[in-house]
Design a protein. Structure first.
Length: 87
């Protein structure tokens, strides 16, 4: 699944994404429902080497409260894991 997610990206696009994640003024991680855990884990990995990261939304917050102060130099990584439902 992860491999197929990135298979359609060109090398230049991957470089641009990587650069954006590393050099953004502020970096947010957004995940809802099942994706929240993975977004939290991704943030934990990034805070090892870069400042100004935040979880979106935080406990008891809405998405609007966390994105209200985002600017043009900020980046949000949206994590979306497909929910599998048994038939």
């Amino acid at each position: 699944m992860v491999r197929s997610s990135f298979a359609g990206l060109r090398s230049q696009e991957i470089d641009e994404i990587t650069s954006s994640l590393c050099f953004a003024k502020n970096l947010g991680f957004l995940g809802l429902r099942n994706s929240h855990f993975f977004a939290t884990y991704a943030r934990w990995q990034f805070i090892q080497f870069r400042p100004k990261t935040r979880q979106m939304p935080g406990a008891g917050e809405t998405i609007a409260e966390r994105i209200a102060d985002l600017g043009s130099g900020d980046v949000v990584m949206v994590v979306a894991v497909r929910r599998l439902v048994k038939n």
